[in-house]
Design a protein around this ligand. Structure first.
Ligand SMILES: Nc1ncnc2c1ncn2[C@@H]1O[C@H](COP(=O)(O)OP(=O)(O)OP(=O)(O)O)[C@@H](O)[C@H]1O
Ligand SMILES: [Mg+2]
Length: 257
């Protein structure tokens, strides 16, 4: 479907010839793809390939130099990040955005209230039986952190902090979830927990995952875009990516799962 055709059948996400230049550096060079409802897609590529820049363009942190981004058929190319949450876009928060002095539960409650009319007032603790607390506890149970609800963020392991970031993105009930390297810095055991958590997310949730861990990226998704030097190299199924000679050459010296 042509970008800009709104309606229930519009793809979740459409990128059309997205390019981002920083002076003489072309960080992203002509990337186009559609993400259909419920699809899970990974973006892989070596350091400097343009993955994070692409993610920032989709999230609204960075405007593309040329090209367009549509979410559910709506042109959001110039819509700032804080407005994109309303379109159903969820993203993981950086660890630094976790509020270290607050409890795990309160972090999720703050995320739940962000963008609601209540967030325009200063955030304050509410009654423990309110709707926000109930839904926050449900999400914490989903990501396996229910028992940690009353602990402070500082008590959490690195892996648990990543689980909390995912809970904070999920509590706003997104239809598209963006994850930038959720496994970065995790131990092997923590990766297993993360993989199970992501595998267990509702199938109707569309997902875009940037990941250096090839095996994780290829096992969790239906489609994979490999980038190199800003350019899209191949967009295919995990099987096609595993078999692709160019991908192997790009990753020469690295382990291709
Ligand atoms: N704000 C910026 N100003 C100038 N150049 C930038 C900026 N952001 C990114 N770049 C350049 O754009 C290119 C792509 O960077 P990007 O961070 O998107 O790559 P990446 O694939 O996420 O890499 P990594 O795997 O290391 O995270 C790099 O050459 C980078 O130096
Ligand atoms: Mg990056």
């Amino acid at each position: 479907m042509a970008p800009g055709t709104p309606g229930a059948t519009a793809p979740t996400l459409q990128l059309d010839e997205v390019t981002k230049r920083y002076g003489g550096v072309t960080a992203v060079a002509g990337v186009s793809f559609d993400l259909e409802p419920g699809q899970r897609m990974a973006v892989i590529g070596p350091n400097g390939a343009g993955k994070t820049t692409l993610f920032k363009i989709i999230a609204g942190d960075v405007r593309p130099t040329t090209g367009s981004v549509h979410i559910f058929g709506e042109d959001v190319t110039t819509v700032p990040a804080f407005r994109r949450a309303r379109t159903g876009l969820g993203r993981t928060f950086q660890v630094s955005n976790l509020l270290a002095e607050l409890s795990v539960l309160d972090n999720v409650r703050v995320a739940a209230q962000a963008g609601t009319p209540a967030s325009r007032r200063f955030w304050r603790p509410q009654r423990p039986d309110d709707d926000v607390t109930t839904s926050s506890l449900e999400i914490l149970a989903k990501v396996g952190l229910e028992a940690r609800a009353s602990h402070t963020v500082a008590d959490l392991s690195h892996g648990e902090q990543r689980q909390l970031e995912i809970a904070m993105a999920l509590v706003r009930r997104p239809t598209l979830l963006l994850l930038d390297e959720p496994a970065a810095g995790l131990s092997a055991a923590e990766r297993v927990v993360l993989r199970e958590l992501l595998e267990g997310l509702p199938r109707e949730l569309s997902m875009l995952l940037i990941e250096h861990d090839m095996s994780l990226a290829l096992e969790l998704t239906d489609r994979v875009l490999c980038m190199d030097n800003g350019r899209p190299v191949i967009l295919g199924t995990p099987q096609e990516i595993r078999a692709d000679r160019t991908v192997r050459e790009i990753y020469l010296g690295r382990s291709v799962a």
